[in-house]
Ligand binder design. Structure first.
Ligand SMILES: CSC[C@H]1O[C@H](OP(=O)(O)O)[C@H](O)[C@@H]1O
Length: 353
């Protein structure tokens, strides 16, 4: 089964409404940049790479319809700025906006409005294929690196949140590593945390694993340390929303404590992320803006209250794992690197391990 979080053909975009999974499979039409902004803000679509891809594809849909008239560059700039404001922590949308804006301004020097629109649409459509290709490389590099460190036949992985086809254009990042291990016949089991409060693990990762017959066990977030102690976990592999220059990584809240528990149990801790999720403009994790989500996402599930009325809430969507705790390495489409090697690797001065 090939899970499609994003359905796109030139001029038409639909997203799988992840707020309704796993019980309902409903695709929502995205007809405008504003539709995409609202879908990203409400988390109908989520996941650092998927946010950037859906945001940019919504722009392609409007450009296909002639948006921007005689001044498409201004329309593109305003649209990308709006999309980037939807969720501040994941870097992918902001990076794509910067790179696409530079491309569009260069193209506008020698193309008329109609030619420019077609050129920008082609740039955006290329993102889809690039992302899936990157994820397969991440999966294979990560699987080989994990297997190289263990003598036994099969490995057991613990992962957090959802980093699969529902967070990307396909295959996934950390879950892509799990898919590659499974494809090699070397995955004994993956333990996935439920990932409160949005439950990306119990609703989305479990959905992907069951759909593809990947041996998976759901645990509560509070069971993670116990699982590391009792279940012979080979490695912890998580995704990322923003990896900065020193390797500090913002990821779904709860990642930091997984890294602490992994350190305590001597289990290698990996971050799997494409280079599009890396931000060398920030020196350390202290500089990362952490999105705080509405209290209702913690105090209710599907609109049913589960907390005492009137209780105050702190609901950060992400936390930052210090690079010192990323002991296995950072798995990218360029290879697996120690945090200290990341900057050199991403600037082309270092080849894969
Ligand atoms: C493949 S990156 C997915 C990344 O995004 C998730 O956050 P959210 O579900 O709030 O968009 C989580 O941090 C994952 O690691």
């Amino acid at each position: 089964m090939t899970l499609e979080a994003i359905r796109y053909r030139t001029g038409s975009l639909q997203i799988l409404n992840q707020l309704l999974l796993p019980h309902q499979t409903v695709y929502d039409d995205i007809r405008s940049v504003q539709d995409a902004y609202e879908a990203i803000k409400s988390m109908k679509v989520r996941g650092a790479p998927a946010i950037a891809i859906v945001g940019c594809l919504s722009l392609a849909v409007e450009l296909r319809a002639g948006a921007g008239g005689d001044d498409p560059v201004t329309f593109i700039r305003e649209s990308l700025c709006h999309l980037t404001s939807a969720r501040p922590t994941a870097v992918n949308m902001g990076r794509a906006a910067r790179e696409l804006m530079e491309f569009a301004e260069n193209e506008s020097m020698e193309k008329n409005s109609e030619q420019l629109r077609e050129s920008v649409i082609a740039w955006i459509e290329d993102m889809l294929e690039r992302d899936v290709n990157d994820n397969r490389k991440i999966g294979n590099y990560g699987a080989q690196h994990i297997l190289s460190g263990v003598p036994r036949d099969s490995v057991t992985i613990l992962t957090h949140c959802n980093t699969g086809s529902l967070a990307t254009a396909g295959y996934g990042t950390a879950l892509g590593v799990v898919r590659s291990l499974h494809a090699l016949g070397r995955l004994k089991r993956v333990y996935c945390t439920e990932t409160r409060p949005y439950n990306q693990g119990s609703r989305l990762t479990a959905y992907e694993a069951v759909a593809e017959g990947i041996p998976a066990t759901l645990i509560t977030d509070s069971m993670a340390a116990l699982t590391m102690r009792e279940m012979d976990i080979t490695a912890v592999v998580v995704g990322a929303d923003r990896v900065v220059a020193n390797g500090d990584t913002a990821n779904k809240v709860g990642t930091y404590q997984l890294a602490i528990a992994a350190k305590h149990h001597g289990i290698p801790f990996y971050v799997a992320a494409p280079s599009t999720s890396c931000d060398l403009s920030l020196e350390s994790g202290r500089d990362i803006i952490i999105e705080v989500r509405p209290p209702e996402e913690l105090t209710s599930i599907n609109g049913v209250p589960i907390a005492a009325p009137g209780i105050e809430v702190w609901n950060p969507a992400f936390d930052v794992t210090p690079h010192q705790l990323i002991t296995g390495g950072i798995i990218t489409e360029l290879g697996v690197f120690l945090p200290s090697e990341l900057q050199a690797a991403l600037t082309g001065r270092l080849t894969a391990l």
